[in-house]
Write a protein that binds this ligand. Sequence first.
Ligand SMILES: C[S@@+](CC[C@H](N)C(=O)[O-])C[C@H]1O[C@@H](n2cnc3c(N)ncnc32)[C@H](O)[C@@H]1O
Length: 208
Amino acid sequence: MNFAKQSMKEINKQFWAKQSITNSSMLGGYDEINNVDIQQSELFLLKNIQQFNTLLELGAGVGRISEQLFTKYFKEIHLVEREAKFVNESKRKLSKFNCQYYQMSVEEFEPQTHYDCIWIQWISMYLTDQDFCNMLSKYKKSPIILKENISSQDYQYDEEDASITRSDRIYQNLIKQCGFQIMDQQFQEGLPNDIYKIKFYLLKHQEL
Ligand SMILES: C[S@@+](CC[C@H](N)C(=O)[O-])C[C@H]1O[C@@H](n2cnc3c(N)ncnc32)[C@H](O)[C@@H]1O
């Protein structure tokens, strides 16, 4: 689907520039879902990932997931995040760990090394279909865990942050069009009724 790409990016940048430097803003104010989010992410990660040397987190925000989950298992974590104030907060929180930071957009980031897992949570909604495919295609040799909000309509656009929430059907089709297979998938449990469903997808490219 075509959206006015440039203005979407500007609206989205302005939205995040105004948000507070907290886990709460990463959760859209739904602080109560943090624990179930981390718990089920841990189960999905351990079920699907075999090597625990290096992880890349795309759209890492303030390092909420790295702090609570990835640092328990991975020897080295790389975090890509566009907003400087969030990167600085990650650096502060994760100073004891072996982390590298890339303050740039996921569109600009080019991987220089192999990763045992790519984690993509709550960032695909800020990308057009084309940018989403371009992002995935950089990681053909790594397992990817995509975790994202799922709408009941095919595409739901939010003017406030210029996000596009897609349906499960649209994600399934898009992932296939990008050349990836879904090896495992699961809905997040334990969510309040008034928010979007959230889904995990394990993706592998045929080259892997
Ligand atoms: C909803 S938060 C999620 C953060 C983290 N994944 C989490 O679950 O705690 C979305 C983050 O993506 C960042 N972001 C949005 N568009 C981006 C882009 N194109 N490239 C890199 N980061 C982006 C925002 O600055 C924000 O920190």
